[in-house]
Design a protein around this ligand. Structure first.
Ligand SMILES: [Zn+2]
Length: 437
């Protein structure tokens, strides 16, 4: 009787979950139920700092071929500031940085204090606002997998979230390191139980950005990193195609571009009274948070008088037109005074002072920089192309990166009602999608 129940249960589970297998030429083939064949899979790949013109390099020839298979934008406009964390979380939420809360690499929250990933901030959900795609997927009962996408580990690691790993990232130029994460995607996509097989995958690659910061956007080391990324993406696509899954789609994006930075004439850190202001620093933006609002105007005027107008601007938060929504700052995380470097200049920061000789050491300058206002700096432009069963073959004009979220949600059939900054119609009206309603 027990054996009968066991066999009956197995048959029922097989029918329900489609995990019945047949042996064919000594290979195990997954039988996909009809309803699952209609489901789409979207694999969103971000290559940090991948400029649109990199596609023309011979070392990116496979990426170029993939970009010609579907939709390709002239370029994608990042949000201000054109920095990594801000724009990856914009791609994930469809919100401008000031609305999703991650307004730069480092900033200050008047309740929580300093945002610093080196102190674990990327693992703390309190910083991350909006509804990222992985949360939307979970709400819509759509399985997902995030591999290193910034913001996805804010609620801790899980079977669906592989947290960013700095030690592994340093080795990621090695084929072995890419292999581990690609293997995980293939294993998960090969899951015969369709209810837990991911339909949305977010996959982040850092090495082009790292090489360009250290060596410059056109350096041989950066070109070598582009080649490794090209090979890794090709490997992923080839491995996925062997699974014969129906309706697989890819969205390839980057967060920003990169400019050859000036390293001969850095902007010296202006004198700021740190008794009156909390200061957060980045090579292209310094933010001053007043401890007492009465100090804002006088300090602003003093900074304007001493500024080097050819290399940086001094802007009051209340007057700024850099952030997409201007002076609105719903989470109160933008500094009261902003010092904004002009491309290709960068601020130089003191790293240490020798206690015996008094000699000041400075942090190394970057040979490649981003973070500048993307509206006025074409070198900050990001990349977008997408291909697969859902996408038409077409080229489209540039668009803002807040529009990626509604495109991915719409493609996967993920319903949302909360307000976002992106507009679904931008890409739907550009006829990027086949007959999906
Ligand atoms: Zn980046």
């Amino acid at each position: 009787m027990k054996l009968y129940l066991l066999i009956a249960s197995y048959c029922l589970i097989s029918i329900l979950f489609g995990c019945k297998k047949s042996t064919l030429d000594n290979k195990t083939t997954t039988i996909i139920p009809e309803y699952a064949k209609k489901q789409l899979t979207v694999i969103m790949i971000s290559v940090d700092g991948f400029r649109p013109d990199y596609l023309e390099l011979p070392q990116a020839s496979d990426l170029k071929k993939l970009s010609e298979k579907g939709v390709k934008a002239d370029y994608m406009l990042p949000s201000f500031p054109s920095s990594t964390f801000a724009n990856h979380y914009t791609l994930a939420t469809g919100l401008y940085p000031e609305n999703h809360g991650i307004i730069d690499q480092r900033f200050y929250d008047r309740t929580y204090g300093e945002f610093n990933v080196k102190k674990g901030a990327s693992k703390q959900s309190k910083w991350f606002l909006g509804k990222p795609l992985w949360t939307l997927a979970a709400e819509n009962k759509t399985p997902f997998l995030s591999s290193w996408w910034f913001g996805s580990e804010a609620n801790g690691p899980s079977s669906e979230v592989i947290p960013y790993d700095n030690d592994k990232d340093k080795k990621e130029g090695d084929p072995g390191a890419f292999k581990e994460r690609i293997d995980k995607i293939i294993t998960d996509l090969n899951n015969p139980i369709v209810e837990t097989r991911p339909n949305f995958i977010a996959f982040y690659i850092s090495n082009v950005d790292v090489a360009a910061h250290q060596n410059g956007p056109n350096a041989s080391q950066t070109i070598a990193a582009i080649q490794k990324t090209n090979d890794a993406v090709k490997k992923l696509v080839d491995e996925v195609s062997k699974l014969n899954l129906p309706n697989v789609n890819y969205v390839f994006v980057s967060d920003h571009g990169m400019v050859e930075a000036n390293t001969s004439n850095p902007i010296q850190y202006p004198a700021i009274d740190e008794k009156k202001f909390i200061v957060t620093t980045d090579e292209t933006m310094i933010q001053l948070y007043a401890k007492d609002v009465k100090d804002i105007q006088t300090t602003y005027e003093a900074l304007v008088k001493t500024k080097d107008a050819s290399r940086y601007d001094v802007v009051l938060k209340k007057d700024n037109t850099l952030f997409a929504t201007g002076s609105k700052d719903p989470h109160n995380r933008i500094g009261d005074i902003l010092l904004i470097a002009k491309s290709p200049y960068q601020f130089q920061f003191q790293d240490d002072k020798n206690s015996t000789t008094g000699t000041i050491k400075y942090k190394a300058l970057k040979k490649g920089c981003h973070g500048y206002d993307p509206k006025n700096n074409p070198a900050m432009n990001a990349t977008f192309f997408a291909w697969g069963s859902a996408f038409n073959k077409t080229t489209i004009p540039s668009f803002k990166n807040v529009d990626v979220y509604p495109l991915v949600a719409h493609t996967l059939g993920l319903k949302y009602t909360h307000p976002i900054d992106g507009n679904k119609n931008t890409l739907v009206n550009a006829k990027v999608l086949k007959n999906i309603k």
